[in-house]
Design a protein around this ligand. Structure first.
Ligand SMILES: [Zn+2]
Length: 276
């Protein structure tokens, strides 16, 4: 998860969900020039699009980023991937790379702004996240995650993303190295994405437990699961459930190999949306 910290099998902090529709990346050629295993030709993004309602869009951006984050946990588990560093950081980086690779520029930019706003809201509203103990959490502090996301986004296209970096107040000293940071993250996850894309489309991600099939959250997650199935063929099936958890959370449970998106998460995101 991303903004809120709760205990869960692999993911204590909060993550997010998906937009209804996303766009195909218009700069795929650029990605072919990056580090080993980074070819994006195997990643075929489905037509997507976020809600025009700013609160719904904010929720969608954050839910989608969260789904990507939890997908990283699922891939690390099912592919037995080595992780050089904290797994929560690797999951954040996977989400950032997927945002860059899958979505068109306006969609990716809006997602980054929405997710960053969620991190900042979480930091500002929760005193414990500003205390010394917050640094012992397995997740990075929300503001560290904020700047990591801003940096990776900038690093994906430094020439054209300076405006967003300035809007997010990414310090120049950090921005200087973001292209390199992106390159390393893209190299690490690029090979995984290429491998998973070789046999796509597939149906290795399925919906399991659903509270309300007609809810905006469920319909959004359903669309994004379909989008992931078009891009990725996982080595073994996983499920996604959209259910009440009694807490604001989202997490991956390795025993049933299930991603749980708590309905409380979208409710919480709607409450903290800056444009509500
Ligand atoms: Zn996590």
């Amino acid at each position: 998860m991303k903004t809120v910290y709760f205990t869960a099998p692999l993911c204590l902090a909060l993550s997010f969900s998906l937009p209804a529709l996303a766009g195909t990346k218009d700069n795929a050629e650029r990605d072919h020039t990056r580090g080993g295993g980074t070819a994006t030709s195997t990643i075929t993004a489905p037509p997507t699009g976020f809600s025009k309602n700013p609160v719904e869009r904010f929720v969608e951006s954050n839910v989608l980023e969260t789904l990507y984050h939890e997908m990283a946990h699922a891939l690390i588990d099912t592919m037995n991937l080595p992780v050089f560093g904290p797994q929560e950081h690797a999951a954040d980086f996977f989400a950032a790379i997927l945002i860059d690779r899958v979505h068109d520029e306006p969609t990716a930019r809006q997602m980054v702004l929405d997710v960053a706003a969620s991190y900042k809201a979480s930091f500002q509203s929760n005193r414990s996240l500003r205390s010394q103990t917050s640094f012992s959490d397995e997740h990075a502090n929300p503001m560290q995650r904020y700047y990591n996301l801003a940096c990776l986004y900038l690093g994906g296209d430094p020439e054209n993303r300076q405006g967003v970096a300035q809007q997010l107040e990414l310090p120049t000293a950090r921005a200087e190295f973001c292209a390199s940071e992106f390159e390393h993250a893209n190299f690490a996850w690029g090979g995984v994405l290429q491998e998973l894309g070789e046999h796509a489309p597939a149906k290795t991600i399925t919906l399991d437990w659903i509270l309300d099939n007609n809810s905006h959250l469920t319909q959004f997650v359903t669309r994004e699961v379909a989008a992931l199935n078009k891009m990725l063929a996982l080595p073994e099936p996983i499920t996604v459930s959209v259910i009440p958890c009694g807490e604001v959370n989202a997490y991956y449970d390795p025993t049933p190999k299930e991603i749980i998106i708590c309905t409380e998460l979208s409710e919480h995101l709607a409450e903290i949306a800056p444009n509500r």
